[in-house]
Design a protein around this ligand. Structure first.
Ligand code: ADP
Length: 190
């Protein structure tokens, strides 16, 4: 049973690659971004709080995202997981470690999609241009992107070192074509 984390800055292609791996390799995708967007759509009071945090490009409190992750893992027991957008800080990484230990599961690979900053800006611009105008992600604008990038560099970046020390980290050039990145990931996990 292979379990993988896809790591990388906003716009690096984590979601795109995870969805392809669900199709091609039968992974079960756990995307905190997607789960949070669902909570926002539910229109609850909690949803509007989360919406404000996401629109500011900040991190939703650990308590909430960890609870979501644990519940997804519990209800989809014995699937092979691909984590996308989680963990995003050391506390989340440690919580995931504990969850794996408790379930006697193994984290096999942390795949880091490396993409240069100016590339990310262009990607987000094209994502906005390609979106249905009524359905552009509220956090897909250059101001929020800059905030998301700075959160990534300050808060998420340290988990690269955390997984490198555990010998789990594999770096991939995320600036290659989508097909090429998928190909490399499949080679690594098999
Ligand atoms: P991206 O990877 O392009 O930034 P995501 O869909 O993964 O997009 O995340 C969008 C937003 O959702 C983040 O900017 C953050 O506000 C929130 N979010 C997603 N995952 C987490 C997480 N693990 N912890 C805290 N906040 C999160």
């Amino acid at each position: 049973m292979t379990n993988v984390i896809i790591l990388g800055p906003p716009g690096s292609g984590k979601g795109t690659q995870s969805k392809i791996l669900v199709e091609k390799e039968s992974f079960f995708q756990i995307s905190t971004g997607d789960l949070l967007r669902k909570t926002v759509e539910s229109g609850s009071e909690e949803g509007s709080k989360i919406q404000r945090i996401m629109e500011n490009g900040e991190l939703v409190p650990d308590e909430k995202v960890i609870e979501m992750i644990l519940s997804e893992m519990a209800t989809n027991n014995s699937k092979k997981f691909i984590f996308d957008g989680f963990p995003r800080n050391i506390a989340q990484a440690k919580a995931l470690d504990n969850a794996f230990k408790e379930k006697s599961m193994i984290l096999d690979f942390v795949i880091l999609l490396e993409v240069k900053l100016d590339f990310l800006e262009n990607r987000i611009k094209s994502r906005i241009a390609e979106s249905d105008p009524n359905n552009v992600r509220k956090d897909d604008n250059l101001e929020t992107l800059n905030k998301r990038l700075s959160v990534y560099q300050k808060i998420t970046y340290p988990i690269i070192d955390f997984y490198e020390k555990k010998n789990k980290l594999v770096r991939i050039d995320g600036m290659d074509s989508i097909e090429c990145v998928t190909e490399k990931i499949i080679q690594i996990i098999n």
